[in-house]
Design a protein around this ligand. Structure first.
Ligand code: NAD
Length: 361
């Protein structure tokens, strides 16, 4: 069993810890936290050994939270560390991981220079094999990478134009509100997402525009792809429906936005209401022929920012430690967590066929 330490037990870290615990080939060596807040109590109640990120353990002991040691002890005891500290803090932890020669998985809030590889399991798993560290790209970049990889493989992408309507903060980020505005963010174009996608797809021609809205549930992407070929919309739907981390949301369910998506997954009993998959509205997938045999493809997708990087973090652990190859790792992660197109009993493929039975290739 691979011993995985998790440094930072907030929105992403606590989900990664639970996902590691669910895997058949990994165990949680412990988690590190800086403050003895409610998430420290959750770590304790879940039975994770708690290490302190910092010098002073007294605030934890006076809050009646047992401490197993300091973060350096956790790094020493772990075969691999997932750094889920706030954006920018991971880079300052890099020397600690190097000191103990512990491979590290960083998160998307870090600059791409934090690790030699920016990672998405579907797009470039093999590039991370043997690396001593890797950066799982951000929630938005993960969502775009999963979408673009199969479309590029099958139909060829000439150009991507994507508008990312981003949630203003996570439900627990009270410090970001209250908010009542709709912002171009950033006003300059492209937003940082386009260059970030190019850390995974160096040759991709992509322009992104970012917005922020007063919402906490999910991001919504409006995507326009100029394809090198002109597939039917049904062919694009079938291709995407076959991908195990893409969920096609059927029209018949009447799910018209992020609110109903989240409600649906909570009703279905997903832990924390998490949606690990991209949610693509099936009827939004449209292809218009354009010049030179090319096609313009349009679609809307929703990304659950707190959850989609979690399965990718698990695969990143296997990639850098070399304990499994791409297909095995993705299958193992999906099986252990319950990721897949069968989510909520939605039979995406059968719904696709009612949309466009004659259009496949
Ligand atoms: P968070 O603020 O929810 O959690 C961070 C955790 O790290 C907290 O437990 C905090 O106590 C702890 N911490 C703070 N300073 C620390 C330090 N110096 N050493 C160790 N621990 C420390 O942050 P988050 O939202 O989970 O983000 C973590 C990383 O994941 C960031 O790089 C972020 O950009 C990325 N990410 C976040 C989201 C999201 O929507 N929340 C999505 C994808 C990726």
């Amino acid at each position: 069993m691979l011993r995985v330490g998790i440094n930072g037990f907030g929105t992403i870290g606590k989900r990664v810890a639970d996902a590691v615990r669910a895997q058949p080939d990994m165990t949680v060596a412990g988690v590190a936290k800086r403050t003895p807040d409610y998430e420290a109590e959750i770590a304790r109640d879940r039975g994770y050994s708690l290490f302190v990120a910092g010098e002073d353990t007294r605030p934890f002991t006076s809050a009646d939270i047992d401490v197993a040691g300091r973060v350096c002890h956790l790094v020493d005891e772990s075969d691999v560390v997932v750094d889920a500290t706030p954006g920018g803090v991971g880079a300052s932890n890099r020397s600690l991981y190097e000191e103990f020669e512990t491979p590290a998985v960083f998160q998307g809030g870090e600059d791409a220079s934090v690790a030699p590889v920016s990672f998405n399991a579907r797009a470039n798993y093999d590039e991370a094999v043997g690396a001593d560290s890797v950066r799982v790209v951000s929630c938005n970049t993960t969502g775009l990478s999963r979408l673009l990889a199969p479309i590029d493989d099958r139909f060829g992408i000439e150009k991507v134009r994507a508008t990312l309507v981003r949630r203003g903060g996570d439900p627990s980020q009270t410090g970001r509100g209250p908010i009542n505005d709709t912002l171009p963010d950033p006003v300059s174009i492209p937003s940082h997402h386009g260059p970030d996608i190019q850390t995974v797809f160096p040759d991709l021609d992509i322009d992104t525009m970012g917005m922020k809205v007063p919402a906490t549930l999910m991001h919504i992407h409006a995507v326009n792809l100029t394809l090198e070929t002109t597939p039917t919309a049904g062919a694009v739907r079938n291709l995407l429906a076959a991908e195990n981390r893409l969920l096609l949301v059927p029209e018949r369910l009447g799910i018209d936005g992020a609110g109903k998506l989240k409600e649906f997954t909570r009703d279905a009993g997903r832990p924390r209401g998490d949606i690990w998959e991209n949610c693509i509205w099936a009827e939004s997938i449209t292809v218009e022929p354009t010049t030179g045999g090319r096609g313009d493809c349009y679609l809307f997708q929703a990304i659950h920012q707190e959850a989609d990087v979690v399965p990718e973090s698990i695969d990143a652990i296997r990639a850098i430690t070399g304990i499994a190859g791409k297909e095995t790792s993705i299958r193992r992660t999906n099986d252990a967590l319950g990721v897949g197109s069968g989510l909520l009993g939605i039979d995406a493929k059968s719904d696709v066929s009612t949309h466009d039975a004659a259009s496949d290739d």
